[in-house]
Design a protein around this ligand. Sequence first.
Ligand code: AMP
Length: 289
Amino acid sequence: MVIIRKVAELLDFVGLRKEQGEKIGLVPTMGALHEGHLSLVERAVKENPCVIASVFVNPTQFNNANDLATYPRKEEEDFRLLAQAGVTAVFAPSVEEMYPGGPENQTRHEFDLGTAAEVMEGKFRPGHFQGVAQVVSLLFRLCRPDRAYFGEKDFQQIAVIRNMIRTEGIDVDIIACPIKRADDGLALSSRNALLTEAQRAIAPEIYKTLKYSVEYSKEHDVRATHHTVVEHLNSQPELEVEYFEIVDARTLLPVEEWDESPWIVGCITVYCGKVRLIDNITYRKPESC
Ligand code: AMP
């Protein structure tokens, strides 16, 4: 595996691979890798002769300075895991390399991300998706991937990136990969490392409650299902729901009835102490999706 730090070096690498007619798979990450990231990498390695994983904690998608400062970083371990997984190249640039002159001095390009970017994460993390679109579109332009792999843990992010490639005219297949969970059900996340022992013990309640709500939804309406999730989680020590939305998976707009859409998911963000955890659950989904 080659470790690439510089944009110029990446462009040369990609140019050579393209000349050889190789398909390129891209897995964008912010590092502190876990089995969730590695499941994306494994799929990319199976499907593409050349796989580039990026490790870059993108400052422009953080709307909270403390969140950025405390975001876990462990580059050497990440490189070891990526090499072991069969990645061809890791792109791990500095902030200066990605944003010469500083992120604040980039020409401001307002991405058209559609209404999917305005709800949930878009509402609670103003500017977050513009930052995601900025870094992902830059990675797409530099790596020119045929396929790019994203996790369904960030369900809304996938919808927003699909809108972004459409409006920006970028030709790439977006591959959505299922959520990887710990044995107790907690969705794997780099942020889990920031939980205290007591918080880590209570955090699995999030998925447990979501799973229970799928059973509950068979006998109850959307409103009652929403209510039971929020009430139950908020009654747990350390947990506080920031939002829980039961939405049409395609538009990400809230539904009021279960028969309103063939594909319905519940997206949740819960604070566990100061750590912000996200997860989601499917209530109904057509076989074809
Ligand atoms: P991040 O490093 O958190 O930006 O995540 C990089 C990619 O890994 C994103 O596409 C995430 O959705 C994906 N990812 C993170 N956690 C998981 C997980 N538990 N299961 C599957 N994919 C994940």
